[in-house]
Design a protein around this ligand. Structure first.
Ligand code: AMP
Length: 312
């Protein structure tokens, strides 16, 4: 099974209490691709400008991400995002967003994207996400991510796009904002009623929760002592989750609840590595052994024995 992602490919300027980078490779599709590349064949799609060079391509290609779908726009500039975090690393503050080549991007997917079994519509304008979704009618499993900006300026379009996907990944605050429902359980149920089979609420340093029609599962974030830069944690989470899904989906696009719990754990594992350094700096050099070790660590911190207790 193969996996395709469409989303932002960016240069990011990021400042956290622990340091800063003035210009580094980022973007929702980039973080997603690197994380999912440990589990599946990944094809990344999106436009870049002339300022996107060999160094940036190499970061993706070194992880065997297929970059044939990156469209280099002559005379264009790559999407740019500037943000900062204060001591509460759960909250990204956007200082500048320059859409640049995304301003007039019209997605025309090649065959490898159209034939992908699993499709991730990473964070980008919801009209574009829908245009991509419509070009992949045969995908077995489609998921999307979004953010507060699009809820503010394109809410109806986002709600329409959600109707055409199997899974929604969003921050808990954004799920509340989108539904106008302050209780997360009720808010997630409202989104499920629009059509998706799964809603995954990302809760930053508190972990993530999975809502399905009849089920619920939650995991804490891995207890790390040093968190340097949370940028891309959400996309790395989605990358680990959907990478695992791509490996295990059956021909009918089905997967049981236990497998989705493992997908949650791989998502949390990849997100935990992502935050250990700036941008892509940690995930791009990761090894399979490190992933397996942290996955086992997650299992150890989330299981417990049941013993008989008498209640009075
Ligand atoms: P996250 O996983 O939510 O931390 O996503 C971080 C990435 O999202 C950064 O690398 C940014 O380049 C990218 N990003 C920020 N704002 C937008 C936006 N409005 N549309 C698409 N991508 C964005």
């Amino acid at each position: 099974m193969s996996l395709a992602v469409v989303g932002s490919i960016a240069f990011d300027a990021v400042k956290t209490p622990f340091g800063e980078r003035e210009r580094m490779l980022g973007g929702s599709a980039v973080h997603f691709s690197l994380a999912s590349s440990f589990f599946a064949d990944v094809h990344v799609f999106g436009p870049v400008g002339e300022d996107f060079g060999n160094e940036e391509y190499a970061i993706l290609q070194n992880r065997s991400v297929n970059t044939d779908g990156i469209e280099r726009v002559e005379g264009g500039k790559t999407f740019f995002w500037r943000g900062h975090y204060e001591y509460d690393l759960n909250m990204a503050h956007t200082d500048d967003t320059q859409l640049n080549v995304f301003g007039d991007f019209e997605p025309k997917l090649n065959d490898s994207a159209r034939d992908a079994d699993v499709l991730f519509l990473a964070n980008i304008q919801p009209d574009l996400q829908r245009a991509v979704r419509e070009q992949c009618p045969d995908a077995k499993f489609v998921a999307l991510d979004s953010m507060n900006l699009w809820i503010d300026i394109a809410k109806d379009s986002l709600l329409q796009t959600i109707q055409g996907v199997d899974a929604v990944f969003m921050n808990d605050a954004e799920i509340r904002m989108l539904t106008g429902q302050s209780n997360l359980v009720k808010a997630a149920r409202e989104l499920l009623q629009l059509g998706p089979r799964l809603v995954i609420a990302k809760q930053g340093e508190y972990g993530a929760a999975l809502f399905t029609e009849h089920g619920f599962f939650a995991l804490p974030a891995y207890p790390l002592e040093d968190v340097i830069d949370p940028t891309g944690a959400g996309d790395s989470f989605a990358g680990g989750f959907l990478g695992y899904v791509t490996q295990h989906l059956d021909e009918g696009g089905e997967l049981d609840d236990d497998a989705f719990r493992r997908a949650m754990t791989y998502g949390s594992t990849m997100a935990s590595f992502n935050v250990e350094n700036f941008g892509t700096e940690r995930v791009r050099d990761l090894t399979g052994e490190e992933i397996a070790e942290r996955f086992a660590g997650f299992k150890a911190i989330t299981q417990f024995e049941e013993v008989a207790v008498s209640y009075r």
